[in-house]
Design a protein around this ligand. Structure first.
Ligand code: NI
Ligand code: MN
Length: 228
């Protein structure tokens, strides 16, 4: 499976017949100005929570691509009021089988107000199990380390976890290593770092810290596509 990184917590997963785009925040990211948003493909746009740095470009991309938005009830309702009716609302602990595979909306410890101050429900993450595949993929969203992550390893075998590592607003590197251990994953894509001054990290130290524990940390460049 291929992943393309668009900066901050935005990435796409290329499944055999569908493209999933996560947390689009590109036009507001100074480090992602070389990304041509109008060329990004999406059949589904998954939004972890209501903060602007996770959904700034979602409406534009959804209008252009006619992608289905997947998020919590409050966020899907909010987009619906903007005329985006192609949404699928979920809530924590719930799973649903989409044409590309099964999605479970998982717990996250964070906040979730929408850019206009509306209530955004509670923040979450997603476990994606692509159709016909044994392994699943966990996108944690913005979250603290939480023991709930252990439940994910009890239910799923993860091929990879997409975890925030930037600290300050979310887990930092040390807790992300512990999250990888709790979820029994050996491969992590690091997200939510370097975009703003409080979340600038030392990438060399991050890579070394993960390596010590035998977990592979991938830090794709913005615009880069990697094979998971
Ligand atoms: Ni957030
Ligand atoms: Mn965020």
């Amino acid at each position: 499976m291929k992943l393309t990184y668009y900066g901050h917590s935005c990435f796409s997963l290329n499944l055999p017949n569908h493209t999933l785009l996560f947390d689009p925040f590109i036009s507001g990211n100074p480090a992602a100005q070389h990304i041509d948003i109008s060329s990004i493909k999406a059949d589904y746009i998954l939004i972890s929570h209501g903060h602007q740095d996770h959904l700034l470009d979602a409406a534009d991309i959804a209008r252009r691509t006619n992608a289905t938005l997947i998020s919590n009830f409050e966020i899907i309702t909010w987009f619906g009021k903007q005329g985006l009716k192609n949404g699928h609302a979920m809530n924590h602990g719930g799973s649903y089988s989409f044409p590309f595979g099964r999605v479970k909306y998982t717990n996250a410890i964070h906040s979730s107000s929408l850019p206009d101050g509306s209530y955004g429900g509670n923040p979450g993450g997603f476990v994606i199990t692509p159709e016909g595949q044994r392994k699943s993929y966990y996108y944690a969203g913005d979250t603290a380390l939480t023991y709930d992550m252990k439940l994910i390893s009890e239910e799923f075998e993860l091929g990879c976890a997409f975890l925030p590592i930037g600290d300050n607003y979310t887990m930092g590197i040390n807790d992300a290593v512990r999250a990888a251990e709790l979820t029994s994953t050996h491969k992590v894509v690091g997200l939510h770092y370097d975009t703003f001054p409080p979340i600038v990290i030392d990438k060399t130290k991050a890579l070394a810290k993960f390596k010590e524990t035998g977990i592979t940390l991938l830090l794709p460049a913005i615009g880069e596509t990697v094979t998971l």
